[in-house]
Design a protein around this ligand. Structure first.
Ligand code: IMP
Length: 420
Protein backbone atom coordinates (compact mmCIF):
# COMPACT_ATOMS: atom_id res chain seq x y z
CA UNK A 1 0.00 0.00 0.00
CA UNK A 2 1.25 3.40 -0.97
CA UNK A 3 3.27 5.43 1.54
CA UNK A 4 4.05 8.97 0.52
CA UNK A 5 5.65 11.86 2.34
CA UNK A 6 5.23 15.50 1.42
CA UNK A 7 7.78 17.98 2.75
CA UNK A 8 8.61 21.62 2.12
CA UNK A 9 11.69 22.02 -0.10
CA UNK A 10 12.42 25.64 0.84
CA UNK A 11 11.83 27.72 4.00
CA UNK A 12 8.22 26.62 4.54
CA UNK A 13 4.97 28.14 3.26
CA UNK A 14 5.34 26.35 -0.06
CA UNK A 15 1.65 25.39 -0.11
CA UNK A 16 1.97 21.91 1.41
CA UNK A 17 -1.54 22.01 2.91
CA UNK A 18 -3.12 22.41 -0.48
CA UNK A 19 -0.90 19.74 -2.04
CA UNK A 20 -1.61 17.26 0.77
CA UNK A 21 -5.31 18.04 0.44
CA UNK A 22 -5.12 17.34 -3.32
CA UNK A 23 -3.63 13.89 -2.70
CA UNK A 24 -5.56 13.11 0.46
CA UNK A 25 -8.52 11.52 -1.31
CA UNK A 26 -6.23 8.71 -2.44
CA UNK A 27 -5.02 7.91 1.08
CA UNK A 28 -6.69 6.29 4.08
CA UNK A 29 -4.54 8.13 6.60
CA UNK A 30 -2.96 11.59 6.66
CA UNK A 31 -0.27 11.70 9.34
CA UNK A 32 1.42 14.84 10.66
CA UNK A 33 4.74 13.95 12.19
CA UNK A 34 6.39 17.18 13.35
CA UNK A 35 6.00 20.83 14.31
CA UNK A 36 3.12 22.49 16.04
CA UNK A 37 0.94 25.55 15.78
CA UNK A 38 3.83 27.41 14.10
CA UNK A 39 2.70 25.76 10.85
CA UNK A 40 -0.24 27.12 8.91
CA UNK A 41 -1.69 24.75 6.33
CA UNK A 42 -4.35 26.46 4.23
CA UNK A 43 -6.92 24.39 2.37
CA UNK A 44 -10.05 25.30 0.43
CA UNK A 45 -13.09 23.12 0.39
CA UNK A 46 -16.34 24.03 -1.37
CA UNK A 47 -15.23 27.65 -1.67
CA UNK A 48 -14.40 27.97 2.03
CA UNK A 49 -10.94 28.57 3.38
CA UNK A 50 -9.62 26.58 6.37
CA UNK A 51 -6.30 27.40 7.99
CA UNK A 52 -5.12 24.52 10.15
CA UNK A 53 -2.13 24.83 12.42
CA UNK A 54 -2.45 21.51 14.19
CA UNK A 55 -4.70 19.24 12.17
CA UNK A 56 -3.50 17.04 9.34
CA UNK A 57 -4.96 18.21 6.00
CA UNK A 58 -7.59 15.48 5.54
CA UNK A 59 -10.35 16.10 3.04
CA UNK A 60 -13.99 16.20 4.11
CA UNK A 61 -14.80 14.68 0.70
CA UNK A 62 -13.52 11.18 1.50
CA UNK A 63 -13.51 9.28 4.78
CA UNK A 64 -9.74 9.60 5.25
CA UNK A 65 -8.51 9.87 8.83
CA UNK A 66 -5.88 12.08 10.42
CA UNK A 67 -3.16 11.14 12.91
CA UNK A 68 -1.19 13.62 15.02
CA UNK A 69 2.15 11.97 15.66
CA UNK A 70 4.50 12.14 18.62
CA UNK A 71 7.07 14.28 16.79
CA UNK A 72 4.63 17.18 17.05
CA UNK A 73 4.09 19.50 20.00
CA UNK A 74 0.39 19.97 20.68
CA UNK A 75 -1.25 23.30 21.31
CA UNK A 76 -4.50 21.97 22.76
CA UNK A 77 -6.32 25.29 22.65
CA UNK A 78 -5.62 25.68 18.92
CA UNK A 79 -6.54 22.06 18.34
CA UNK A 80 -9.95 22.47 20.00
CA UNK A 81 -10.58 25.73 18.07
CA UNK A 82 -9.75 24.11 14.74
CA UNK A 83 -11.93 21.10 15.45
CA UNK A 84 -14.83 23.37 16.41
CA UNK A 85 -14.55 25.25 13.10
CA UNK A 86 -14.58 21.99 11.15
CA UNK A 87 -17.39 20.50 13.28
CA UNK A 88 -19.54 23.49 12.43
CA UNK A 89 -19.33 22.69 8.72
CA UNK A 90 -18.85 18.91 8.88
CA UNK A 91 -20.53 17.50 12.01
CA UNK A 92 -18.79 14.42 13.37
CA UNK A 93 -15.48 15.08 11.58
CA UNK A 94 -13.52 15.22 14.88
CA UNK A 95 -13.93 11.49 15.36
CA UNK A 96 -11.77 11.03 12.24
CA UNK A 97 -8.74 12.41 14.12
CA UNK A 98 -6.42 10.31 16.29
CA UNK A 99 -3.70 11.69 18.55
CA UNK A 100 -0.62 9.85 19.77
CA UNK A 101 -0.67 9.74 23.58
CA UNK A 102 3.13 10.13 23.68
CA UNK A 103 2.98 13.62 22.14
CA UNK A 104 4.38 16.53 24.16
CA UNK A 105 2.23 19.54 24.94
CA UNK A 106 2.83 23.24 24.47
CA UNK A 107 1.95 24.79 27.83
CA UNK A 108 0.94 28.41 28.48
CA UNK A 109 4.37 29.15 29.98
CA UNK A 110 6.10 27.98 26.77
CA UNK A 111 4.49 30.87 24.89
CA UNK A 112 5.61 33.27 27.61
CA UNK A 113 9.15 31.88 27.45
CA UNK A 114 9.19 32.19 23.65
CA UNK A 115 8.30 35.87 24.06
CA UNK A 116 10.77 36.52 26.90
CA UNK A 117 13.71 34.79 25.18
CA UNK A 118 13.03 36.34 21.75
CA UNK A 119 12.93 39.79 23.35
CA UNK A 120 16.22 39.11 25.14
CA UNK A 121 18.09 37.82 22.06
CA UNK A 122 20.54 40.31 20.56
CA UNK A 123 19.70 38.78 17.19
CA UNK A 124 16.12 37.51 17.36
CA UNK A 125 15.22 34.41 15.33
CA UNK A 126 11.84 35.84 14.41
CA UNK A 127 9.92 32.90 15.91
CA UNK A 128 6.15 32.59 15.59
CA UNK A 129 6.00 33.04 19.41
CA UNK A 130 3.81 29.96 19.61
CA UNK A 131 6.02 28.35 22.27
CA UNK A 132 7.56 25.84 19.87
CA UNK A 133 11.24 26.22 20.84
CA UNK A 134 10.56 26.13 24.61
CA UNK A 135 8.23 23.10 24.27
CA UNK A 136 10.85 21.11 22.35
CA UNK A 137 13.55 22.33 24.73
CA UNK A 138 11.57 20.98 27.69
CA UNK A 139 11.10 17.67 25.90
CA UNK A 140 14.86 17.32 25.48
CA UNK A 141 15.69 18.55 28.97
CA UNK A 142 13.08 16.14 30.38
CA UNK A 143 10.73 18.78 31.74
CA UNK A 144 7.90 18.15 29.29
CA UNK A 145 4.30 17.05 29.73
CA UNK A 146 2.97 14.28 27.51
CA UNK A 147 -0.63 13.98 26.45
CA UNK A 148 -1.20 10.83 28.50
CA UNK A 149 -0.50 12.68 31.75
CA UNK A 150 -3.90 14.33 31.31
CA UNK A 151 -5.53 10.99 32.03
CA UNK A 152 -3.70 10.52 35.33
CA UNK A 153 -4.29 13.65 37.37
CA UNK A 154 -2.01 12.54 40.18
CA UNK A 155 0.89 12.12 37.78
CA UNK A 156 0.06 15.43 36.09
CA UNK A 157 0.04 17.31 39.38
CA UNK A 158 3.30 15.73 40.51
CA UNK A 159 5.11 16.47 37.23
CA UNK A 160 3.84 20.03 37.03
CA UNK A 161 4.85 20.67 40.63
CA UNK A 162 8.40 19.78 39.75
CA UNK A 163 8.50 21.65 36.48
CA UNK A 164 6.86 24.78 37.84
CA UNK A 165 9.44 24.95 40.61
CA UNK A 166 12.21 24.92 38.00
CA UNK A 167 10.47 27.47 35.77
CA UNK A 168 9.91 29.84 38.66
CA UNK A 169 13.55 29.57 39.75
CA UNK A 170 14.57 30.41 36.19
CA UNK A 171 12.18 33.24 35.35
CA UNK A 172 10.98 34.57 38.71
CA UNK A 173 8.34 37.29 38.46
CA UNK A 174 8.66 37.44 34.68
CA UNK A 175 6.58 34.28 34.43
CA UNK A 176 2.88 34.99 34.78
CA UNK A 177 1.36 31.49 34.36
CA UNK A 178 1.23 29.41 37.50
CA UNK A 179 0.82 25.72 38.08
CA UNK A 180 -2.87 25.83 39.00
CA UNK A 181 -3.76 27.83 35.88
CA UNK A 182 -1.87 25.33 33.76
CA UNK A 183 -3.68 22.37 35.34
CA UNK A 184 -7.02 24.07 34.79
CA UNK A 185 -6.10 24.86 31.18
CA UNK A 186 -5.09 21.27 30.51
CA UNK A 187 -8.11 19.62 32.12
CA UNK A 188 -10.42 22.01 30.33
CA UNK A 189 -8.78 21.14 27.00
CA UNK A 190 -9.05 17.42 27.81
CA UNK A 191 -12.78 17.78 28.50
CA UNK A 192 -13.32 19.70 25.27
CA UNK A 193 -11.49 17.06 23.27
CA UNK A 194 -13.57 14.37 24.92
CA UNK A 195 -16.77 16.19 23.96
CA UNK A 196 -15.53 16.39 20.39
CA UNK A 197 -14.97 12.61 20.46
CA UNK A 198 -11.37 12.76 19.29
CA UNK A 199 -9.53 9.41 19.47
CA UNK A 200 -6.32 8.65 21.32
CA UNK A 201 -3.87 6.05 20.14
CA UNK A 202 -0.19 5.31 20.01
CA UNK A 203 2.17 4.65 17.15
CA UNK A 204 2.64 1.18 18.66
CA UNK A 205 -1.02 0.37 18.13
CA UNK A 206 -1.14 2.18 14.81
CA UNK A 207 1.94 0.47 13.30
CA UNK A 208 -0.07 -2.49 12.00
CA UNK A 209 -2.91 -0.28 10.78
CA UNK A 210 -0.61 2.04 8.88
CA UNK A 211 1.37 -0.80 7.32
CA UNK A 212 -1.78 -2.42 5.94
CA UNK A 213 -3.10 0.68 4.24
CA UNK A 214 -2.17 3.86 2.34
CA UNK A 215 -0.59 6.67 4.35
CA UNK A 216 0.37 10.21 3.44
CA UNK A 217 2.91 11.74 5.84
CA UNK A 218 2.46 15.50 5.95
CA UNK A 219 5.60 17.44 6.83
CA UNK A 220 5.61 20.90 8.35
CA UNK A 221 7.83 23.94 7.54
CA UNK A 222 10.62 23.23 5.02
CA UNK A 223 13.99 21.49 4.77
CA UNK A 224 15.89 24.78 5.20
CA UNK A 225 14.16 25.33 8.56
CA UNK A 226 15.10 21.86 9.81
CA UNK A 227 16.66 21.91 13.27
CA UNK A 228 19.70 19.85 12.26
CA UNK A 229 20.35 20.81 8.66
CA UNK A 230 18.55 24.10 8.06
CA UNK A 231 20.10 27.56 8.40
CA UNK A 232 20.80 27.16 12.14
CA UNK A 233 20.10 28.99 14.43
CA UNK A 234 17.44 30.55 12.19
CA UNK A 235 15.42 27.35 12.10
CA UNK A 236 12.51 25.80 13.90
CA UNK A 237 13.02 23.26 16.67
CA UNK A 238 11.89 20.07 14.94
CA UNK A 239 12.61 17.85 11.97
CA UNK A 240 11.19 19.19 8.72
CA UNK A 241 12.41 16.31 6.59
CA UNK A 242 10.98 13.00 5.49
CA UNK A 243 13.04 11.18 8.12
CA UNK A 244 10.74 12.79 10.70
CA UNK A 245 8.42 9.84 9.96
CA UNK A 246 10.55 7.92 12.48
CA UNK A 247 8.49 9.64 15.19
CA UNK A 248 5.51 7.57 14.05
CA UNK A 249 7.56 4.38 13.87
CA UNK A 250 8.38 4.49 10.17
CA UNK A 251 11.62 4.43 8.26
CA UNK A 252 12.22 6.49 5.11
CA UNK A 253 12.98 3.15 3.38
CA UNK A 254 9.30 2.34 3.75
CA UNK A 255 8.28 5.41 1.75
CA UNK A 256 7.38 4.90 -1.91
CA UNK A 257 7.60 8.59 -2.70
CA UNK A 258 8.94 11.73 -1.07
CA UNK A 259 7.54 14.82 -2.73
CA UNK A 260 9.25 18.14 -2.13
CA UNK A 261 6.95 21.12 -2.55
CA UNK A 262 8.51 24.32 -3.88
CA UNK A 263 7.20 27.67 -4.90
CA UNK A 264 8.05 29.02 -8.36
CA UNK A 265 10.05 31.63 -6.43
CA UNK A 266 11.28 31.63 -2.82
CA UNK A 267 9.96 33.11 0.43
CA UNK A 268 11.06 33.14 4.03
CA UNK A 269 9.53 34.51 7.25
CA UNK A 270 11.64 35.48 10.19
CA UNK A 271 15.35 36.18 10.26
CA UNK A 272 18.27 34.29 8.75
CA UNK A 273 20.21 33.96 5.51
CA UNK A 274 18.34 34.15 2.22
CA UNK A 275 20.83 34.31 -0.70
CA UNK A 276 18.33 35.13 -3.48
CA UNK A 277 16.33 37.71 -1.53
CA UNK A 278 15.04 40.69 -3.51
CA UNK A 279 13.71 44.03 -2.29
CA UNK A 280 11.84 47.10 -3.47
CA UNK A 281 9.10 47.15 -6.12
CA UNK A 282 10.03 43.77 -7.58
CA UNK A 283 9.58 42.08 -4.19
CA UNK A 284 6.44 44.06 -3.30
CA UNK A 285 4.79 43.07 -6.56
CA UNK A 286 5.35 39.34 -6.00
CA UNK A 287 4.39 39.65 -2.31
CA UNK A 288 1.11 41.28 -3.26
CA UNK A 289 0.28 38.94 -6.15
CA UNK A 290 1.22 35.86 -4.14
CA UNK A 291 -0.45 37.15 -0.97
CA UNK A 292 2.79 36.44 0.83
CA UNK A 293 1.75 37.14 4.40
CA UNK A 294 2.19 34.47 7.10
CA UNK A 295 -0.82 32.15 7.62
CA UNK A 296 0.15 31.91 11.30
CA UNK A 297 1.40 35.38 12.20
CA UNK A 298 0.28 37.59 9.28
CA UNK A 299 3.88 38.83 8.90
CA UNK A 300 4.93 39.92 5.37
CA UNK A 301 7.14 37.21 3.91
CA UNK A 302 10.56 37.99 2.49
CA UNK A 303 10.70 37.36 -1.27
CA UNK A 304 13.44 35.97 -3.53
CA UNK A 305 14.08 34.31 -6.87
CA UNK A 306 14.11 30.55 -7.23
CA UNK A 307 17.26 29.11 -5.68
CA UNK A 308 18.50 25.91 -7.34
CA UNK A 309 21.49 25.28 -5.00
CA UNK A 310 19.03 25.36 -2.08
CA UNK A 311 16.74 22.91 -3.90
CA UNK A 312 19.63 20.55 -4.68
CA UNK A 313 20.55 20.67 -0.99
CA UNK A 314 16.91 19.90 -0.02
CA UNK A 315 16.83 17.03 -2.50
CA UNK A 316 19.91 15.38 -1.01
CA UNK A 317 19.05 16.08 2.62
CA UNK A 318 15.50 14.82 2.41
CA UNK A 319 15.79 12.18 -0.33
CA UNK A 320 13.24 13.82 -2.63
CA UNK A 321 11.93 11.55 -5.37
CA UNK A 322 9.62 14.10 -7.02
CA UNK A 323 8.70 17.78 -6.96
CA UNK A 324 5.45 19.71 -6.88
CA UNK A 325 5.66 23.35 -7.91
CA UNK A 326 3.14 25.83 -6.52
CA UNK A 327 2.15 29.43 -7.17
CA UNK A 328 3.39 29.23 -10.76
CA UNK A 329 0.64 31.68 -11.73
CA UNK A 330 2.06 34.41 -9.45
CA UNK A 331 4.92 35.02 -11.91
CA UNK A 332 2.51 35.42 -14.86
CA UNK A 333 3.31 38.63 -16.74
CA UNK A 334 6.87 39.11 -15.47
CA UNK A 335 9.05 39.74 -18.50
CA UNK A 336 12.34 38.20 -17.40
CA UNK A 337 12.62 35.67 -14.59
CA UNK A 338 15.84 35.14 -12.71
CA UNK A 339 16.97 31.76 -11.38
CA UNK A 340 19.97 31.25 -9.15
CA UNK A 341 21.95 28.33 -10.57
CA UNK A 342 25.10 28.46 -8.39
CA UNK A 343 26.54 30.03 -5.27
CA UNK A 344 29.90 31.66 -4.98
CA UNK A 345 31.11 30.58 -1.54
CA UNK A 346 34.28 32.29 -0.32
CA UNK A 347 35.52 32.59 -3.91
CA UNK A 348 34.53 29.04 -4.95
CA UNK A 349 31.71 28.24 -7.36
CA UNK A 350 29.31 25.60 -6.01
CA UNK A 351 26.16 24.06 -7.44
CA UNK A 352 25.14 22.61 -4.07
CA UNK A 353 25.92 23.95 -0.58
CA UNK A 354 28.29 21.55 1.21
CA UNK A 355 26.80 22.43 4.56
CA UNK A 356 24.32 24.89 6.00
CA UNK A 357 27.27 27.28 6.59
CA UNK A 358 27.36 28.06 2.85
CA UNK A 359 23.94 29.76 3.00
CA UNK A 360 25.41 32.45 5.28
CA UNK A 361 28.17 33.52 2.87
CA UNK A 362 26.73 32.59 -0.53
CA UNK A 363 26.69 35.08 -3.38
CA UNK A 364 24.00 33.99 -5.87
CA UNK A 365 24.86 33.53 -9.55
CA UNK A 366 21.83 34.03 -11.79
CA UNK A 367 20.65 33.31 -15.30
CA UNK A 368 17.56 34.89 -16.85
CA UNK A 369 14.74 33.07 -18.60
CA UNK A 370 11.90 34.55 -20.63
CA UNK A 371 8.70 34.91 -18.66
CA UNK A 372 5.16 33.87 -19.56
CA UNK A 373 1.73 35.47 -19.34
CA UNK A 374 -0.10 32.22 -18.66
CA UNK A 375 1.10 28.89 -17.29
CA UNK A 376 -0.31 27.20 -20.41
CA UNK A 377 2.58 28.63 -22.44
CA UNK A 378 5.75 27.03 -23.73
CA UNK A 379 7.99 29.46 -21.77
CA UNK A 380 6.54 28.14 -18.53
CA UNK A 381 7.24 24.59 -19.66
CA UNK A 382 10.83 25.65 -20.42
CA UNK A 383 11.07 27.03 -16.86
CA UNK A 384 9.92 23.67 -15.47
CA UNK A 385 12.27 21.67 -17.72
CA UNK A 386 15.20 23.85 -16.68
CA UNK A 387 14.49 23.34 -12.98
CA UNK A 388 14.07 19.60 -13.16
CA UNK A 389 17.17 19.07 -15.27
CA UNK A 390 19.25 21.25 -12.97
CA UNK A 391 17.95 19.71 -9.74
CA UNK A 392 17.81 16.18 -11.09
CA UNK A 393 14.27 15.40 -9.92
CA UNK A 394 11.09 15.54 -11.99
CA UNK A 395 8.43 18.13 -11.35
CA UNK A 396 5.41 15.85 -11.42
CA UNK A 397 2.63 18.26 -10.45
CA UNK A 398 1.89 21.93 -10.94
CA UNK A 399 -0.35 24.07 -8.75
CA UNK A 400 -1.60 27.24 -10.42
CA UNK A 401 -4.11 28.68 -7.91
CA UNK A 402 -5.18 28.38 -4.27
CA UNK A 403 -8.09 25.97 -4.76
CA UNK A 404 -7.47 22.25 -4.35
CA UNK A 405 -8.65 21.53 -7.87
CA UNK A 406 -6.27 24.14 -9.36
CA UNK A 407 -3.55 21.56 -9.76
CA UNK A 408 -2.56 19.20 -12.58
CA UNK A 409 0.09 16.69 -13.48
CA UNK A 410 2.95 17.82 -15.71
CA UNK A 411 1.76 15.42 -18.42
CA UNK A 412 -1.57 17.16 -18.42
CA UNK A 413 0.12 20.55 -18.80
CA UNK A 414 2.34 19.31 -21.65
CA UNK A 415 -0.68 17.92 -23.52
CA UNK A 416 -2.56 21.18 -23.04
CA UNK A 417 0.32 23.23 -24.44
CA UNK A 418 0.81 20.95 -27.42
CA UNK A 419 -2.90 20.96 -28.17
CA UNK A 420 -2.88 24.73 -28.56
P1 IMP B 1 9.38 28.83 15.59
O1 IMP B 1 9.13 27.57 14.84
O2 IMP B 1 8.12 29.55 15.97
O3 IMP B 1 10.32 28.63 16.73
O4 IMP B 1 10.14 29.85 14.59
C1 IMP B 1 11.46 29.60 14.12
C2 IMP B 1 11.62 30.05 12.69
O5 IMP B 1 10.87 29.20 11.82
C3 IMP B 1 11.10 31.46 12.42
O6 IMP B 1 11.91 32.06 11.42
C4 IMP B 1 9.72 31.24 11.85
O7 IMP B 1 9.27 32.30 11.03
C5 IMP B 1 9.95 29.96 11.04
N1 IMP B 1 8.73 29.16 10.89
C6 IMP B 1 8.14 28.37 11.79
N2 IMP B 1 7.07 27.76 11.26
C7 IMP B 1 6.98 28.17 10.00
C8 IMP B 1 6.10 27.85 8.91
O8 IMP B 1 5.16 27.06 9.02
N3 IMP B 1 6.36 28.46 7.74
C9 IMP B 1 7.40 29.30 7.57
N4 IMP B 1 8.26 29.62 8.54
C10 IMP B 1 8.05 29.06 9.74
Amino acid sequence: MNKMSIVGAQWGDEGKGKVVNYFSEKFEWIVRFSGGANAGHTIYYKGRKYVNHMLPSITPRSDSKGFLGAGMVLDLEKLVDELNVLENDFPGISSRFYIDLETFLVLPWHKEEDEIIENMRKKPIGTTRRGIGPAYTDKVSREGIKLYYLFDERLLEERLDNIYYLKKSQYGEKLKSNKDDVIEYLLNARNNLEKLKVNYASAVEMGKVFRSTSVLFEGAQGVLLDLDFGTYPFVTSSSCMAHGVSSVGFSTFELDEVYGVLKAYTTRVGEGPFPTEIFGDEASKIRKLGNEFGATTGRPRRIGWLDLPALRYAKIRSGLTGLVITKADVLNGIDKIKICTHYEVNGKLKDTPSSSYDFFVAKPIYIELDGWTDTNEINFLKYLSFIQEEVGVDIDYISYGPKTEEMCSKNHLVLNIHRK
